[in-house]
Design a protein around this ligand. Structure first.
Ligand code: ADP
Ligand SMILES: Nc1ccn([C@@H]2O[C@H](COP(=O)(O)O)[C@@H](O)[C@H]2O)c(=O)n1
Length: 202
């Protein structure tokens, strides 16, 4: 199994890049795990308390479960990947049965900050976009897809997202083997990554 870790700030385009990479690749051969699925379970908290969580700090992620699941996939086992709700700020009761594939892509803002997880990656990729571009994308996406309003996004950006990006996410770029500039759609970089994957699965 080839395990690719794909990091980058919020709105850098990680999810989009993963979809672009997977286009034309057989989905029986390539699977995806999202770090967002592994936000810690916080059913003990009220909705208002959950909304105050710093979701850009590494401690908000259940890295232990993520590492356990990745190791299980590597050992040929099927896992139940949690499903996260950005509306409820919590895991749902659903899971997605995820089978091991020849190539597994793990994507998320903080995945290169965790040493144990980094050890499992054969290729580490960081998707870069400028912070103003990322904020614009984040605003549009969170309002249209994640049930947020402009105040929520901007408050979170100022209070936690920007400082955490500078403290944890941007420095983790140093661990990357490949950096994809993604202020504009970058078809050349996508082709290169797809070629590496094709080589592995052919
Ligand atoms: N290169 C790009 N140029 C313009 N918009 C983009 C680009 N990449 C992604 N987007 C858009 O930006 C938003 C955030 O992208 P997404 O892939 O969800 O980012 P991430 O997963 O890193 O948070 C989406 O609406 C997506 O369509
Ligand atoms: N309940 C939550 C959980 C996370 N976030 C934000 O999501 C961002 C990470 O996801 P991307 O798809 O953008 O990489 C992160 O910046 C968290 O602030 C949230 O808003 N609400």
């Amino acid at each position: 199994m080839l395990i690719i870790g794909l990091a980058g700030g919020t709105g850098s385009g990680k999810t989009t890049v993963v979809h672009q990479i997977m286009t034309e690749l057989p989905d029986t051969e390539v699977g995806v795990i999202s770090q967002d699925s592994y936000y810690k379970e916080t059913t003990n908290l009220s909705f208002d308390e959950r909304a105050l969580i710093n979701f850009d700090h590494p401690r908000s992620i259940d890295f232990e479960l993520l590492v356990k699941h990745l190791k299980a996939l590597k050992a040929g086992e099927t896992i139940d990947q949690p499903v996260y709700s950005f509306i409820q700020h919590n895991r749902t009761d659903d899971t997605v049965s995820t089978h091991p594939r020849k190539v597994m892509i793990v994507e998320g803002i903080l995945i290169l900050t965790n040493p144990e997880l980094r050890e499992l990656f054969d290729i580490k990729i960081f998707v870069h976009a400028d912070s103003d571009e990322r904020l614009v994308r984040r605003l549009k996406r969170d309002i249209s897809e994640r049930g947020r309003d402009i105040d929520e996004v901007l408050n979170r950006y100022q209070n936690t997202l920007k400082p955490m990006h500078e403290q944890f996410i941007e420095p983790s770029k140093a661990f990357a083997d490949i950096i994809i500039p993604n202020d504009k759609y970058n078809t050349v970089a996508i082709d290169v990554v797809r070629a590496v994957i094709n080589q592995r699965i052919s």
